[in-house]
Design a protein. Structure first.
Length: 95
């Protein structure tokens, strides 16, 4: 049980770091050069909540802190789902 909590916390931490990294990248990127489509796609894949919010309301302003928190929650939820699946899978195939 304790290991599961640590793994889910690690997922949340990974989400936080990914989102913070993208935030600092886009804050320091040259605004006159358009973002490459591959970079944009990768940013949207690794930040699912921000991508969903931008898809639903493209004109809504998203703050870096808000995106970081929501991305950490999304990664924690993904980690919780994967950890639950990992604990409920059979260890050995029945013969």
């Amino acid at each position: 049980m304790r290991n599961a909590v640590i793994r889910v916390s690690a997922w949340a931490g990974a989400g936080l770091l990914v989102s913070a990294g993208w935030g600092f990248y886009f804050a320091s990127a040259n605004k006159s050069i358009p973002v490459e489509p591959a970079v944009n796609a990768l940013a949207r894949i690794t930040q699912p909540i921000a991508a969903l919010l931008l898809y639903l309301k493209p004109s809504s302003p998203l703050g870096l802190t808000q995106v970081i928190v929501w991305n950490a929650v999304a990664y924690a939820l993904a980690g919780l789902i994967l950890e639950t699946l990992r604990q409920h899978r059979p260890l050995h195939a029945s013969r």
